[in-house]
Design a protein around this ligand. Structure first.
Ligand code: OGA
Ligand code: ZN
Ligand code: ZN
Length: 387
């Protein structure tokens, strides 16, 4: 890699194709690549992305230049491919920029390059009751960065994993969560104890069945990853149930587009309150990203406030809500499995809904510990492991 390119980023950009020529036009340059591709780069884009030590602080690799600080009509005086194979631009105001061909190709925005980047995006795998559950060994994940990466990729792309071979001491969860990054604390603690208690501040801390839900839908940002570590599971019942919320939303979109639309558009309030706190969040149950793809499910019937929708919307909201819950109860989507001591679920809380069957607390003890880590931490750890 050209050493100058290192200023711009901590990642490496392999040379996919060499630069062969550069043609200046009025408002952009056209770069020709050895594999026949042509990429346009507009003058402001090139000036904005100059990686030189004046424009980017080499310690943080963050930009110090702001594009408004150069004239809007700044154009190159000379453009050429230099002896090291970089694109060199001598600007009319005397500034000089060099662009590494690997970096430039990775950021080229001709139609083919952009389409390639979309194809290269991680592919999420939708699943149903037939999922081959991705299972990982605790010791391998703790010791081996490759095993850690495989686990994290499964979390990102499948959204449900199990880890086996964990110690059964309280707190054992902390070390594996920290393999990813910071734990996200909440009013239930850094770690929360899932046990049936007389003074329960959530239905989770009873022996009731918990219907399919995401945790903390009461927060503007629901936790990205949820860990549930089994210490003791001697009680009858209490099986874990999971569904892929994205798979259900995609099926709903196909099978009942009106219900899907109502759940995307009508906000619903989720509440979690006790003597010391009062969390509320008003948001639609299904969120879409900028591309129109389902990106999040927010759902916990036991935390839901009364619907507050217009008189016209209320019947469609109830119809859509019933339909969604009916789908979460369909066998085709549900993975049911009991967790044994030393095993842990780890899943994408904004995608994979989880539930448990009721258990009989008189038949034996049941103690799980849980915690949360945000999705940003997962994605950052993956990128760093892949460097
Ligand atoms: C929870 C929860 C599942 C279980 O605490 O939010 O979903 O198996 N617990 O007890
Ligand atoms: Zn510069
Ligand atoms: Zn839960």
């Amino acid at each position: 890699m050209n050493p100058r390119a290192a200023v711009a980023d901590f990642r490496r950009y392999p040379i996919i194709s060499a630069l062969t020529a550069v043609h200046p036009l009025v408002d952009r340059v056209l770069v020709k690549w050895a594999d026949g591709r042509t990429s346009p780069f507009h003058h402001p884009w090139l000036r904005d992305n100059c990686p030189c030590a004046e424009c980017v602080y080499s310690v943080t690799r963050e930009q110090v230049l702001e594009i408004v600080d150069v004239p809007e009509n700044l154009v190159p005086a000379i453009t050429r491919v230099d002896t090291e194979g970089c694109l060199r631009i001598d600007w009319q105001d005397g500034h000089v920029s060099h662009f590494d061909p690997g970096w430039l190709r990775a950021h080229a925005y001709d139609d083919d390059s952009r389409a390639e980047r979309r194809v290269g995006q991680p592919k999420r795998q939708l699943w149903d009751s037939q999922l081959q559950l991705p299972v990982f060994e605790y010791q391998a994940v703790m010791d081996d960065p490759q095993a850690l990466l495989q686990w994290l990729l499964a979390l990102r792309d499948t959204g449900l994993t199990q880890v086996r071979g964990m110690p059964t001491e309280p707190g054992a969860l902390t070390s594996i969560a920290k393999r990813i990054s910071f734990i996200r604390e909440s009013n239930f603690g850094v770690l929360f104890n899932v046990q049936s208690r007389a003074d329960a501040d959530s239905n989770a801390y009873t022996a009731f069945n918990l219907p399919l839900h995401s945790d903390l839908p009461t927060r503007e940002l629901q936790p990205g990853l949820q860990f549930l570590h089994c210490l003791v599971n001697d009680a009858d019942g209490g099986e874990s149930i999971f569904v892929d919320g994205f798979a259900i939303a995609v099926a709903l979109r196909q099978e009942d587009p009106e219900a899907f639309q109502a759940l995307c558009e009508i906000p619903v309030e989720f509440r979690n309150k006790d003597r010391h706190s009062d969390y509320r969040c008003l948001a639609p149950i299904i969120a879409l990203d900028a591309m129109g793809q389902v990106s999040e499910i927010r759902m916990a019937n036991f935390l839901r406030g009364p619907f507050d929708a217009s008189a016209e919307q209320m019947p469609s909201l109830y119809r859509a809500y019933r339909r969604l819950i009916a789908m979460t109860r369909e066998a085709r989507f549900r993975l049911v499995q009991r967790l044994d001591p030393g095993q842990m679920w780890c899943f994408d809380n904004r995608r994979t809904l989880h539930a448990r069957n009721a258990f009989d607390p008189t038949s034996g003890a049941r103690h799980f510990q849980g915690c949360y880590v945000d999705r940003d931490e997962l994605l950052s750890r993956i990128l760093v492991l892949q460097r």
